[in-house]
Design a protein. Sequence first.
Length: 166
Amino acid sequence: MAIRVRLEDRECPLSTTVGHVGEWWTLLLLHDAFDGYTRFDQFQENLGISSSMLTSRLKALVADGLLERRPYQTNPTRYEYVLTELGRSLRPVIVALAAWGNARLTPEQRSMILVNASTGEEVEPVVVDASTGRRLDDAADYVFAAGPAASDAMRARYPRTPQDRT
């Protein structure tokens, strides 16, 4: 079943993010870029994606500022695709998605795990509040609230304070 998000609702950061990375090919391309892939043929071989689909996905990632297209050969001109700072900032999101998927499997069923590069020991990524270090997986303790730029509709949906929710 496909998830439908109103992409015209650009005020919502979730819909904006899904608009950039919501297609599964996009996440896989970014994952490959984090693994060091930069060239069209590398992406195509690893993902088994058609040339036309790969071309459109790479163009979209460049247009969205997640990848930068750079020439690496002049005759004929060939390009590589390198993560930008904005693209690199998505790594924790991809790590969290992989961890969520692995959490539903037994250790023997996991085909890919995250390990400490120095020790080789498996790590369990979690999302935490940077100021307190507390895990954010408890929906009762952490809720969305309207931000400073919120419209009236967003403020009605997400009151600013817990007192406003009642």
